[in-house]
Design a binder for this molecule. Structure first.
Ligand SMILES: *[C@@H]1O[C@H](CO)[C@@H](O)[C@H](O)[C@H]1NC(C)=O
Ligand SMILES: *[C@@H]1O[C@H](CO)[C@@H](O)[C@H](O)[C@H]1NC(C)=O
Ligand SMILES: *[C@@H]1O[C@H](CO)[C@@H](O)[C@H](O)[C@H]1NC(C)=O
Ligand SMILES: *[C@@H]1O[C@H](CO)[C@@H](O)[C@H](O)[C@H]1NC(C)=O
Length: 267
């Protein structure tokens, strides 16, 4: 992407996605003034827009701003794509509303969700000599479509092809065929359609999809019998369906972590 395209895209995103922030004080950046919710000031000189509350940064020599979760800025002032993630990572959601800023995605009951009511569910049974004390409790993903769980067989994260819902499987039997089967999630619905940058964006990237984009939806969950306002939990959807109610646009950012942060089994 050229700098020009990038700046245009950033400007468009800024205009589109920043509704009025009530009573926010303007601040000075050199001679210019700006809203801190919309821009970041560098060296009292350069203003760079925020996207989904993620600050972009100036790329010296290029005159433009870039998102460090998307590009690196070379000494030559040229933006280059971040490399793909090669190891385990956690995911956090970023969005306009405070509720969506840097919220860690948690696994529970087959769903991946954020919010105060989003739980992290995992289990371990010491039967068969499993040393449960050696596992931690974070929701950790692997770039090849697996969850970072030690249970025999594998648990996979995937995007439901009909709704876009981000989910994960139970442990599949050893050597289960996970390919090209509508009932068993396959690579088609996991790694191949999601690009993960090293300490960067988690991107829905289905080839041929008109919704290929760098954003996802976070959608408020209403638990059975519960009012929307009592269920402070949002599930994550790939932008497959263009109109979803109770949803906000978010970006998802991967953070590389040690493999030991995973669990025995996500339950
Ligand atoms: C996001 O949250 C994690 C902890 O959950 C923290 O370590 C990290 O610094 C936060 N990132 C930002 C940019 O606030
Ligand atoms: C993980 O375990 C640590 C230490 O026991 C605890 O402080 C933390 O809240 C736990 N995190 C989750 C997501 O359960
Ligand atoms: C599972 O696959 C591995 C590697 O392909 C093979 O060595 C092993 O025999 C298989 N196990 C079963 C039970 O099919
Ligand atoms: C698809 O998944 C079902 C349910 O696990 C299984 O019974 C069936 O054998 C699978 N088919 C193929 C072609 O893998």
């Amino acid at each position: 992407m050229s700098i020009r395209t990038l700046l245009t895209a950033l400007a468009a995103a800024t205009t589109l996605l920043f509704p009025l922030i009530l009573a926010e004080e303007r601040q000075k950046c050199g001679e210019a003034s700006y809203f801190p919710s919309e821009q970041t000031c560098y060296n009292d000189k350069t203003l760079c827009p925020k996207q989904y509350s993620l600050p972009s940064r100036p790329c010296a020599g290029s005159g433009g701003c870039y998102l460090p979760q998307e590009y690196t800025c070379g000494d030559d002032g040229i933006l280059r794509d971040l490399p793909d993630a090669t190891g385990p990572f956690t995911l956090a959601v970023w969005g306009e509303r405070f509720a969506y800023r840097n919220q860690t995605i948690k696994a529970c009951g087959g769903y991946l969700a954020i919010g105060a009511n989003a739980r992290q569910c995992h289990a371990c049974t010491a039967a068969g000599g499993t040393n449960c004390g050696s596992y931690k409790n974070a929701t950790v993903f692997l770039p090849d479509g697996k969850m970072n769980a030690a249970v025999p067989g594998h648990q996979y994260w995937f995007v439901d092809p009909s709704t876009g819902l981000l989910q994960y499987t139970e442990a599949l039997p050893r050597n289960a065929s996970i390919g090209w089967n509508t009932t068993v999630p396959s690579q088609e619905f996991a790694g191949l359609n999601v690009k993960v940058k090293q300490n960067g964006l988690f991107i829905w990237d289905k080839e041929g999809s008109s919704y290929t984009n760098h954003w996802w939806f976070a959608c408020l969950v209403t638990l059975p019998g519960g009012a929307v306002s009592t269920a402070r939990s949002w599930r994550i959807y790939a932008p497959i369906i263009s109109e979803l109610n109770g949803c906000e646009l978010v970006r998802i950012v991967a953070t590389a972590v040690d493999k030991s942060y995973g669990v025995y089994k996500y339950s």
